[in-house]
Ligand binder design. Structure first.
Ligand code: PA5
Length: 438
């Protein structure tokens, strides 16, 4: 199988060979530190080996549960926030893009619809989803490593209640799948008490690095994503991105180039793609890097854009605004049937010169033209080519970014595996909630 390609040609005008030379020993040291498992946050390195060490019996249980969910339900509601839902959502959207027109199952052939809740506190969304479930058979996968996060906890109350009203307590128990800590937290206690089927988030895997555990794999398998292929892609990436050499390890090169750009004042990284199927992958990436790097007053600010859509929103800024950003493109080669532009007799829009060309061709020229313009405008461009939009290559991508994120954190001198800053809003929110009620 091919590998992802890291194309740095369009960063070359911004980085001189001396800068690469200067970062090399630091990059090598970061790679060795990660490999030695003695760096900051070393208790949270379980994700490094998940593709090859993930429990086979847990995987079998995941597949069996996925099958049962498909048989019993039209909808699976996945409740979780941050690392507890973004990987699954990214994978489902990437591998099986959501139909553009909503269609719930009305024949045996329609696949299970996976939807998400508990990733914000909107009552409107919650009510809409609860109403939509009135006529549909559904199951719930509640995902929370800590088992105490407010957003999923409140959402779960509603869906548990709805399940119990519909199917009775016993029936509800059969339809609730809990993914949580092995032994701690309120969700673990409830799941044990009620006898829900449970899946474990390993102690040494943090939320945003958990996509290759049941956190990601159960919803993916239920949706019909080939999780074996995904894990194989990740396993091949694990083997491929091991070396501590800048020459041969693209995950390390990506971490290094980001760091060089950051030191030169490029404080914002925009992950861009030209395919809507990448939207939630970009969200997953944003959370991975944002929570891992943004601390101690340091870090690249990760943001995302979907082109060409956002060229009509952010394009002006990217081209001409403050020169503190760079772009990283995920360039996916798609094998989906590609519509061919028809010729029209009156050529009313003057586009007949493009007749017979595919949308892929037109999109590709937009990509090339944009990169050229942005680079000329002072925006370095990193390009990662994904040979095919398949679960296998998504597995490679997940692992590539997890590895480069850890390396980036070490290069920056922060602990990439904690998130102390997330506690600040929670403290205030709980203080306010309690104060309003006392
Ligand atoms: O990466 C992280 O650790 C976080 O984004 C968590 O995944 C998120 O806060 C949800 O936490 P929990 O799974 O404990 O509900």
């Amino acid at each position: 199988m091919a590998n992802l390609v890291l194309d740095l040609t369009q960063t070359a005008p911004f980085i001189c060979p001396e800068e690469w030379k200067a970062i090399e020993p630091q990059a090598v040291a970061a790679a060795k530190l990660l490999d030695s498992r003695r760096g900051l946050g070393a208790d949270f390195l379980g994700w490094l080996d998940l593709p090859v060490k993930y429990s086979r019996s847990e995987l079998r249980r995941i597949k069996a549960a996925a099958q049962r969910i498909q048989q019993e339900s039209q909808v699976l509601v996945v409740i979780g926030i941050g690392g507890s839902y973004l990987g699954a959502r990214a994978a489902i959207e990437f591998c099986l893009p959501t139909p553009i027109l909503p269609s719930f199952r009305n024949s045996e052939k329609e696949p299970l619809f996976v939807c998400f809740a508990g990733n914000h506190l909107s009552g409107v969304y919650l009510q809409q989803l609860l109403d939509a479930l009135d006529e549909r058979a559904f199951s719930v996968n509640v995902v929370s490593k800590s088992g105490t996060t407010l957003e999923p906890a409140v959402a779960f109350r509603f869906f548990r209640q709805k399940l119990e009203e519909r199917y009775g307590r016993e029936g509800a128990r059969r339809r609730i799948y809990a993914t949580t800590d092995r032994s701690r937290g309120a969700l673990r206690a409830l799941a044990d008490r009620e006898g829900y089927e449970t899946f474990v988030v390993p102690d040494d895997v943090g939320g945003r690095f958990s996509v290759l555990t049941a956190v990601g794999l159960l919803p993916m398998a239920a949706a019909g994503v080939d999780v074996d292929a995904l894990l194989q892609g990740a396993a091949d990436a694990r083997a491929h991105y091991r070396s501590p050499s800048l020459e041969s390890n693209d995950a390390l090169r990506y971490a290094a180039v980001r760091n060089i750009l950051y030191r030169k004042g490029k404080l914002i990284e925009m992950l861009i793609g030209y395919e809507p199927r990448l939207f939630y992958f970009a969200e997953w990436w944003k959370q991975l890097f944002g929570e891992s790097e943004g601390k101690d007053g340091k870090g690249i600010f990760p943001t995302t854009a979907q082109y060409t859509t956002d060229l009509h929103a952010l394009g002006q800024y990217v081209q001409d605004g403050r020169r503190h950003l760079f772009e990283t493109l995920i360039d996916v080669v798609s094998s989906y049937p590609d519509p061919v532009l028809p010729a029209v007799e009156d050529d009313f829009d003057g586009l007949n010169y493009l007749a017979g060309k595919t949308m892929g061709f037109i999109n590709e020229q937009a990509r090339r033209g944009t990169a050229e313009a942005h680079v000329a405008g002072g925006v370095p461009n990193i390009r990662i080519v994904v040979p095919e939009a398949t679960p296998y290559y998504l597995g490679q991508l997940f692992y590539f970014f997890e590895k480069s994120c850890a390396l980036s954190g070490y290069l920056l001198g922060v602990n990439p595996f904690d998130q102390p800053g997330v506690e600040a809003y929670k403290k205030n929110m709980f203080r306010l909630l309690r104060a309003q009620l006392s």
